[in-house]
Each structure stands twice: as structure tokens, then as C-alpha cells.
Design a protein around this ligand. Structure first.
Ligand SMILES: NC(=O)c1ccc[n+]([C@@H]2O[C@H](COP(=O)([O-])OP(=O)(O)OC[C@H]3O[C@@H](n4cnc5c(N)ncnc54)[C@H](O)[C@@H]3O)[C@@H](O)[C@H]2O)c1
Ligand SMILES: CC(C)CCC[C@@H](C)[C@H]1CC[C@H]2[C@@H]3[C@H](O)C=C4C[C@@H](O)CC[C@]4(C)[C@H]3CC[C@]12C
Length: 409
């Protein structure tokens, strides 16, 4: 293949910005890059003076015609757009609409439109089985709100873009609602993936749509080649939750209080390495379509296995914070109670204000359940090696947190 034009829905987000910068730095064949996002960042201006034609398009993935116009003429689409909400800021309906598709042509476990509350997709991963989506009755066209990931897929098909890379998530697999540990597992490790929260539910459905679209004929007759990348918890420059923990620690006099046992491992991966994996997949999909098409890959690097809080302290300690307690200061039942109380308050206050604290039953369950990956599938399939060592990733993140500190003073 000669020169490459790429499209990146979600290119202004935390991960999207790193993907955009990585493409511009590390993809010599790139001649044009279209960045499509609901909110365009001011940093885009600085990119427009380089050799690659960079076009920023403000648009909404739920609007089919906007997505199709942005995708037309590109070779590859890297779809990082999404509504990442585990705090109850957006409604389940909105999360589904942005992350998956419109109402209600997809049903999970039977009943359409109850997915956000009762019925979540449930499947077993790692058994070499992928269940087909159950398609319900489609509503009349005038009732169809516009879909997110489905729009990206249809745009590729209609306009003839042959390669689609989708940013999925570890949450497509777990932690599941039963709190089963996933200890250093890989893409083939059996695990009962049962979701009840709108975010992992939407990611699981969207990933399935993307994988099932592999092989569809695009305009011109060639087959669509798709694959999905599943990062664990991403960290690095621009990570909003790290920033929140840092500010919370400052407010508490330079201290954070341990809530989760140190023995609970939570998978983390550096944003630069996640971006690098996306660029490599986009580059290799054409040559290795038979091998990579329809595949999923966990995103991994050399970041150490630690608990969520101990891992954060790798960056926050050098910035002057300390984690109080070698064991959780509050008993777990009290955390469960507080998380439930937060959920109740969120519901009660919703008509008046948006109350969306970090602690809720879902975030507590995710933080308190071991979920780590150990795999080399990306290395075997497309030669991935992390671009940034753990030391590099750590240093870059610390420098960024220190920058947050000085910019907020
Ligand atoms: N942050 C993590 O730890 C993590 C881990 C695993 C997977 N992921 C996945 O990676 C992707 C990117 O996540 P992120 O952390 O960069 O989130 P983010 O919120 O920083 O970025 C998402 C981007 O999508 C854009 N977007 C949202 N709705 C849109 C719409 N309707 N139309 C167009 N653009 C829209 C947002 O404006 C934003 O720029 C998501 O799909 C997320 O599920 C994130
Ligand atoms: C119990 C409290 C003390 C701590 C609460 C921390 C909580 C906000 C954190 C813990 C784990 C975090 C999630 C995890 O890193 C992975 C992902 C996957 C990704 O697709 C979206 C973000 C998400 C859900 C992180 C959100 C914040 C979580 C729950």
C-alpha cells in the first residue's frame, strides 16, 4: 500500500490525542488524518503545519451522515470515540446510543430496551465461541435515533473504507458481576462475562458489532477487516481520574487513605503503548488480514501488577502524596454501604443536580476485583513490543502530574 489516509473518531479524547500524535510521529506513509470529535481541542491547531494534511471535524458519531462524510476516502478508521461513564453522569440510553447503536434493534438476553436495567449481555469468553447478537424487531425508521459504533461500521461499508480498528475495553470481559478474579489471563482464558452496568454492556455489544462486521463487503466489493483492542485501565498524560485523585490528596493534606487491599491486582497500561498498538494494528491489518481480522487483543505493556491505589501511588508519591495504611482503613461492608448511599443520593438528587462521586457500587466492585492480563498475542500476531518502558511511562506520567500541580497553582 502507498500513502494512507486515516480517520479517527474520538481523536480529541485522552487516548485519541495520543493516537493522533503517535500516527503523526510514527506512521511515515500517512498523508492525511481526519480527526472527528464532538469537542475539538485547541491543541489541534499546532498539528496543521506539518507535512500530513490534518483535518479536524466537529461531529457526532450518532449522526450517520456526519460520520460517513468524515470517513469517505480514508483507508483506515481508528474508532476511539465513546462515552466513558461509570459514575452515572449520563443515562444508560445515552451511553448505549453513543457507544453502540440506535434504539432498539439490539437485544441482550431477550428483551429489547431493558438492557440498561435488567438484561445484560452474558457470554463466555475464551471458549472459542462468540454468540451472535440477537436482533429484535426494528422500530419504524422515523423512530430510529442515530447509532454510534454502528454508524462507524456502516460508514466504512458505504464509503469503501476497508480497515477498522475499534477501541474496546477489558470491561468487555470483566470484572463480572460475581466478582470472579481474572488473574493474569489472556484472550483465551475462560471467564464468565456477565455485565449489569451500562458502560461494560455497551462496550461488549459494540465490540461484537465490530467483530461481526469483519468480512462484510465494502463499497467496491472488498471485505471489511476489523479488529478490537481491549485496554485495561489506561494511565498517563491527560488521565482525568489520576488528576482527581491528586487533587483529592492535596485537599486531604497530602494524604490518601487506603480503601482496597494491596493484594487485589488491577491491570494498567500506559497510554503511549495503547496508542502505539492502535497505530501498529492500523498498519498491519492489510498485510495480515487473514490472521488479524475479527480478532481481539488485550493492550499490555511492562507496567507492574499492583492494586489500583498502589499503582496510582507510583506517580502520586513522587508528587508529595502518601497512602495511609497498609490495610484498608474502613471495613469492606462500610465501603459497600457508602457506595450504596452514594447511589441512592445520586438518584434522589438527580432532579436537582448531578451527584457523581468516584465511589459507587460499580466502581467499588471494579477496584476490588482482581483483573490483570498476561499475554503475548499482539506480539505474535503483529510484532507489538511496548514503545515505552515502565520507567519511561512512569517518568512521563509523574512529570505530567507535576505539571498539573503547577498549572493549578
Ligand atoms: N480510559 C480508560 O482507562 C479506558 C480503558 C479501556 C478502554 N477505553 C476506551 O477507550 C476509548 C477512549 O477512551 P478515553 O479514556 O480516551 O475517553 P475520553 O472521554 O477521553 O475520549 C472519548 C472521546 O470521544 C468523544 N466523543 C464522545 N461522544 C462522542 C460523540 N457522540 N461523537 C463524537 N465524539 C464523541 C469525546 O468528545 C472524547 O474526545 C473509549 O472507547 C473507551 O471505552 C478507555
Ligand atoms: C473504591 C475507591 C477507593 C476507588 C475507586 C476507583 C475507581 C474510580 C476506578 C478503579 C478502577 C477504574 C476503572 C478501570 O481502571 C478500568 C476502566 C476501563 C475503561 O474502559 C473505562 C474506565 C475504567 C472503568 C476505570 C474507571 C475508574 C475505576 C472504576
Amino acid at each position: 500500500m502507498g500513502q494512507v489516509a486515516a480517520g479517527n473518531p474520538g481523536g480529541c479524547g485522552f487516548l485519541g490525542e495520543h493516537v493522533v500524535r503517535m500516527l503523526l510521529q510514527r506512521e511515515p506513509r500517512l498523508c492525511e488524518l481526519r480527526i472527528f470529535d464532538l469537542h475539538l481541542g485547541p491543541w489541534l491547531d499546532e498539528l496543521k503545519t506539518g507535512p500530513v494534511r490534518v483535518t479536524a471535524i466537529q461531529g457526532d458519531v450518532t449522526q450517520a451522515h456526519e460520520v460517513a462524510a468524515a470517513v469517505a476516502g480514508t483507508h483506515v478508521v481508528i474508532h476511539t470515540a465513546g462515552l466513558v461513564d461509570v459514575f452515572g453522569k449520563a443515562s444508560p440510553e445515552t451511553i448505549h446510543e453513543v457507544n453502540v447503536q440506535g434504539w432498539p434493534s439490539v437485544t441482550c438476553c431477550g428483551s429489547p430496551w431493558t438492557w440498561g436495567r435488567k438484561h445484560m449481555p452474558s457470554s463466555t469468553f475464551g471458549m472459542g465461541r462468540r454468540k451472535k447478537l440477537q436482533l429484535g424487531h426494528s422500530p419504524p425508521p422515523h423512530l430510529l435515533p442515530s447509532p454510534g459504533t454502528q454508524n462507524v461500521i456502516e460508514a466504512c461499508v458505504q464509503t469503501g473504507t476497508q480497515f477498522l480498528v475499534y477501541t474496546s475495553s477489558m470491561e468487555v470481559v470483566g470484572p463480572n458481576v460475581k466478582g470472579h478474579p481474572f488473574y493474569r489471563g489472556n484472550e483465551d482464558t475462560p471467564y464468565e462475562a456477565v455485565h449489569r452496568h451500562p458502560y461494560p454492556c455497551s462496550k461488549a455489544l459494540a465490540e461484537r458489532l465490530v467483530l461481526e462486521a469483519n468480512g462484510r463487503k465494502v463499497r467496491g466489493g472488498l471485505p471489511l477487516v476489523t479488529c478490537a483492542l481491549r485496554p485495561t485501565g489506561i494511565y498517563g498524560e491527560g488521565h482525568q481520574i489520576m488528576r482527581d485523585f491528586y487533587h483529592q490528596g492535596l485537599r486531604l493534606g497530602g494524604r490518601l487513605f487506603r480503601a482496597i487491599p494491596a493484594s487485589v491486582e488491577h491491570g494498567r497500561v500506559y497510554v503511549g503503548n495503547v496508542a502505539w498498538m492502535h497505530v501498529l494494528v492500523a498498519r498491519e491489518l492489510e498485510q495480515r488480514a487473514a490472521l488479524m481480522g475479527g480478532q481481539v487483543y488485550f493492550c499490555y505493556d511492562k507496567s507492574p501488577y499492583k492494586s489500583y491505589e498502589d499503582f496510582n501511588m507510583e506517580f502520586l508519591r513522587p508528587c508529595g502524596l502518601r497512602l495511609v495504611g497498609t490495610r484498608p482503613l474502613l471495613p469492606y461492608w462500610l465501603l459497600v454501604f457508602l457506595a450504596a448511599l452514594n447511589a441512592l443520593l445520586q438518584w434522589l438528587l438527580r432532579p436537582l443536580l448531578l451527584y457523581a462521586p468516584l465511589l459507587n457500587p460499580y466502581t467499588l466492585a471494579v477496584a476490588n476485583t482482581t483483573f490483570t492480563v498476561s499475554t503475548n498475542k499482539a506480539q505474535r500476531h503483529f510484532g507489538y513490543e511496548p514503545l515505552f518502558s515502565w520507567e519511561d511511562s512512569r517518568t512521563r506520567t509523574i512529570r505530567w502530574v507535576q505539571g498539573v500541580e503547577s498549572s493549578s497553582q
